[in-house]
Design a protein around this ligand. Structure first.
Ligand SMILES: Cc1cc2nc3c(=O)[nH]c(=O)nc-3n(C[C@H](O)[C@H](O)[C@H](O)COP(=O)(O)O)c2cc1C
Length: 207
């Protein structure tokens, strides 16, 4: 214990004013990030999609580590691209394969309206040219960490989603993390495997 009496506490320490810092690029992006729920008609290309997929779960080291941290590097997350109007890509549902930097087409067609309906008709899903879905295969991580692996997975989904949000803010795109949807409906619409649990939808489009 210090020699300061308890009656002197709590003490509020004013921090140096943020505005006076010379902001680093990442601080500027952090300050700019907002949830954006309407998007322009400007084109959204396969290359744009590739950048956001990489931000979410791309490989960023020779050892195979990814852009988002993962407890024990078990990588329980899957990322799907729900392409509506993506230049250079047929409308459909694609699963991202991080190790191959590739997409695996799982479904053909435009699923945005159905997905929006499953998410309380949130219009941003329908209006965005593309959406990302973050889902989780829990056994990949609960086999090691048991119940706690579920908590770790949700934390990891937050990391991956934030990467997408920050890249969007930096590149002039908008996104909004969406957690309000019917899990079973989303699973049915996108024909997800039974052990693949949807966690987050991220609509993407230019601001
Ligand atoms: C777990 C989670 C779930 C969310 N779900 C939705 C959602 O379903 N629909 C929506 O429009 N925004 C959703 N949001 C975005 C919040 O509404 C938004 O982050 C909040 O209003 C603060 O605004 P900001 O993101 O611009 O700072 C969600 C955010 C989080 C973290």
């Amino acid at each position: 214990m210090g020699n300061q009496g308890l009656s002197d506490l709590p003490m509020k320490l004013k921090l140096p004013l943020q505005q006076t810092f010379a902001r680093s690029p990442i601080e500027k992006v952090l300050a700019k990030r907002r949830s954006v729920r309407s998007y322009s008609e400007k084109e959204f290309t396969e290359r744009d999609a590739a950048r956001f997929l990489w931000a979410a779960q791309g490989i960023s080291s020779a050892e195979g580590f990814r852009t988002a941290p993962s407890a024990g590097a078990f990588y329980p997350l899957e990322i799907r691209l729900i392409a509506g109007k993506v230049q250079g890509l047929e409308s459909g549902v694609y699963r991202y394969l991080p190790n191959d930097a590739a997409l695996l087409q799982e479904l053909k067609g435009d699923f945005r309206a159905d997905l929006s309906k499953a998410a309380l008709f949130q219009p941003q899903i329908l209006n965005a040219p593309a959406n990302l879905l973050i889902s989780a295969i829990y056994p990949r991580i609960t086999s090691k960490y048991l119940k706690r692996g579920i908590r770790y997975t949700h934390m990891e989904a937050g990391h991956a989603a934030q990467n997408v949000c920050l890249l969007a803010a930096d590149l002039g795109f908008g996104t909004c993390p969406i957690g309000a949807f019917e899990d079973e409906e989303v699973q049915k619409i996108l024909k997800l495997p039974i052990n693949d649990a949807p966690l987050y939808i991220l609509p993407l489009g230019r601001v």
